[in-house]
Design a protein. Structure first.
Length: 232
């Protein structure tokens, strides 16, 4: 088994549902926090953990307390997996750095140190849907993501075809009409404003955060609406 296969297998046995590798050469002009975040690294390992269907299916127009709790628990699980992968890489003499799940470098704009979704798209985890979420073939957008940066020589995967087509489920389900129902002009959206009304989406998550028992900037309505994740 080669090193790329080994690290993917290790991540899966550590609890990952999906694992892919992205070539960071595609991200050299991509905004990161700090700007030199990627300088020591050549690859990114994208790790996804699937969300529980019964939790997602219970979402209606607002997130449930169970969803908020599950969101936090899965983020914690992802960070634990990423920590194990970092140690695995370092034990083999290479650099590695975990970018935590749902950690905001710029909370006002909901921007992380690097976009987990952009990395996951380039790692072949899924395509970026009209909601901007990563949509996987087996789980739809019902996944959470974490990223490990490394200089370990790994064989990168590549993006897969966007399969949203003419589907408008997420657009129709969005309680604030934030999803514009447009496909990217190229392989990916040039900016998130091309796909969504970020202000409306952001305001909704802030409002949800204040709901007693939620305490997280979550929504989940478009996650539940996507037919790729609906096993019912």
């Amino acid at each position: 088994m080669d090193t790329t296969s080994e690290i993917k297998e290790f991540a899966r046995t550590s609890g990952a549902t999906l694992v892919g590798v992205a070539d960071l050469a595609h991200f050299r002009d991509y905004p990161t926090f700090p700007p030199d975040l990627l300088l020591p690294f050549t690859c990114a390992v994208s790790i996804a953990v699937a969300l529980e269907d019964d939790v997602i299916d219970a979402i209606d127009q607002l997130p449930t307390i169970e969803y908020a709790d599950h969101y936090r628990a899965v983020n914690e699980k992802l960070n634990g997996i990423a920590g194990k992968v970092v140690n695995w890489i370092k034990e083999r003499g290479h650099k590695a750095h975990a970018v935590p799940a749902s950690a905001f470098a710029d909370p006002d704009r909901l921007m992380g140190h690097i976009s987990h979704k952009a990395v996951a798209r380039m790692a072949g985890i899924g395509w970026q849907g009209k909601s901007l979420l990563i949509v996987t073939e087996d789980f739809g957008p019902r996944v959470r993501l974490v990223t490990v940066l490394t200089d370990m020589p790994l064989t990168p995967d590549g993006p897969i075809k966007n399969r949203c087509g003419e589907c408008a489920n997420c657009t129709e389900a969005c309680p604030v009409g934030a999803i514009k129902c447009v496909l990217p002009i190229g392989e990916y959206y040039a900016s998130r404003d091309e796909a969504i009304d970020f202000g409306a989406c952001n305001d909704r998550t802030i409002s949800n955060n204040a709901i007693p028992g939620i305490g997280a900037r979550v929504c989940g309505v478009c996650v539940r609406a996507c037919p790729w994740g609906d096993k019912g």
